[in-house]
Write a protein that binds this ligand. Structure first.
Ligand code: ATP
Length: 153
């Protein structure tokens, strides 16, 4: 059994409404068709936050990003690569950007900015949906998305 550890982030931007960034990958060799968040392997000597920020930049071209304090969630899954079982942990942060323009790397085939409900429908893996639910709940609880409407009362 091999072990892998990656880090990534639920990237969002807030305009009139909040939108989440999803990356798309066609099915190929080891992978099914996927909509998921930016993420990637932690390099030696790198902190998990650094990995998340680096992977966001590499996979989306977005370098102006702010990690939201106090949000960190882990998922775990197994997969098989060339006959070898891989046990994998992925740590997700929550990252805010004001940028809309995205340039995907060769690892992906597309992207989209989606509302919470649209994202829940798009996301391929149930554990990613759980992360998004937690991220959305966190934003609501910390009044990070409804500040404007609350201010009206
Ligand atoms: P990374 O983006 O961390 O560098 P990778 O692109 O090498 O990773 P994964 O995205 O982990 O690889 O995909 C490896 C296998 O695990 C694929 O078969 C993929 O479909 C599956 N997989 C990816 N994400 C999940 C998940 N959240 N839950 C279950 N299986 C997943």
């Amino acid at each position: 059994m091999l072990f892998e550890k990656s880090a990534g982030a639920v990237v969002f931007r807030k305009n009139k409404e909040i939108k989440f960034l999803m990356l798309y990958r066609h099915a190929h060799k080891h992978y099914r068709e996927t909509w998921d968040f930016p993420k990637g392997n932690i390099e030696p000597g790198e902190t998990i936050k650094k990995t998340a920020v680096r992977e966001i930049e590499e996979e989306t071209g977005i370098s102006k990003i702010e990690l939201v304090e106090n949000f960190m969630e882990k998922i775990h899954y197994h997969y098989k690569r060339d006959g070898e079982f891989i046990s994998k942990d992925v740590i997700f942060f929550l990252a805010k950007t004001t940028r809309q323009k995205v340039k995907v790397s060769e690892e992906h085939d597309g992207f989209g900015w989606f509302t919470f409900n649209e994202s829940m429908k798009k996301l391929t893996f149930p554990n990613s949906k759980k992360i998004l639910e937690k991220a959305y709940g966190f934003l609501k609880n910390n009044k990070l998305i409804f500040q404007k409407s609350l201010a009206q009362f």
